[in-house]
Design a protein around this ligand. Sequence first.
Ligand code: ZN
Length: 461
Amino acid sequence: MFRMRVVRALLVGCAAFLLTSGVGAAANFTPGSAGLGDPFFPNAGNGGYDVANYDLKLAYDPATDVLVGQAVVTATATQDLSRFNLDLRGFQISRLTVNGAAAAFARDGQELVITPQTGIPSGSNFSVAVDYSGVPEVIVDPDQSIEGWIPTDDGAFVVNEPQGSPGWYPCNDNPRDKATFDFAVTVPEGLTAMANGVLVSSTTTGGRTTWVWKETDPMSTYLATSTLGRFDLSITTMPNGLPVYVAIDPQLAKGQVLSKLVESVEFYTGLYGPYPFNAVGAIVDSAKFVGYSLETQTKPNFPYVPNEATLVHEIAHMWFGDSVTLTEWPDIWLNEGFATWSEWIWSEEQGNKSAAQWFKQLYNTPAQDSAFWNPPPAVPGTPQFLFNGTIYYRGGMTLQALREKVGDFTFNRILRDWATQNRYGNVTTPQFIAHAERISGQDLTAFFDAWLYQVGKPTSW
Ligand SMILES: [Zn+2]
């Protein structure tokens, strides 16, 4: 963000260059790629630019299910762009501008193909404004779970892992392109709209309330939320002063388990290093049919009152998943294995079953139970196995086996340094292996190969 001023000067300079050198220069301007080549979702995300901020003004009326959006995407070109794409599913677009000038656009599946009046020089800052409206389409994943903007009895439950975001806002839908977010969500008076980061204001006029939220830390598109409905919202503060936002659907019994929220944040802070974000929270909705919880940044979404293990799992994701994020989706164990092990160490800390006991119990699963042991955590193979049990259990077991191999002291340093050194970044499995080898001073090639890459039950560690 600090580069913006320099970038704006560049834009002016390059525009002048274009004017004087005419067709010759324009010929070097090429389209940004339509996808970023993720092994599971190759068309998600787009090439040629890097998003700095999403400014989303949304209005939603549960009575009609119509979402009206005004999105401004601010980005920096990473090549000389003749045109570029955003990802957006459905909706009618009423107006689209680039740097304030009307731009041509076309739709092709989830690709919104935008051709500005003049090319955008590499390194220059630009903004795209998209006005859109319609009934959001709920997205069905390869594993048949639903995501995106999911209507509930009193609003919407909004979750996007891995590909729901284009179901409600235009974006560069790839976990690598992190950005800051501003939200202004307008709903009928009486409803509460939650989003990531800090609550700036809520203002009611003419029977409608606008909730303004600001996420100033970098966030991957899939971690954004705008869950809304009837909620009891409590705003408190952590002992260190961070705001804590807990929204609970009044239809639900107030979850006692949420009293563990602050304690779990403090526990993981002690273990993994400073909490990465500007707010803490939870959104507990009555939407059981969704079937899963999600670690939306700063405020995990729960479709029912979570049990303690689920609560702390999602909180641990703030370090592993949200701050330290996978680069490509097949590396999902870097999110889920870490969150699962975090459940076990919480249990151990509370004086309940230890991580070693969790490991032992799961390890007793016979090798013949191939559905338990496969696919290996770092090789899910196909997107329908992204959230398979083995990613969680065998991923968590990999970490516990590593703990037993290198000892508590070294293991703790491996996790803590991983969280600290890769804060707000993107990571890969080979990077984690190299990191663990560097800190432990051990050759862990065979260990990680057996636990992460090979089918079947690992036999040693
Ligand atoms: Zn998880």
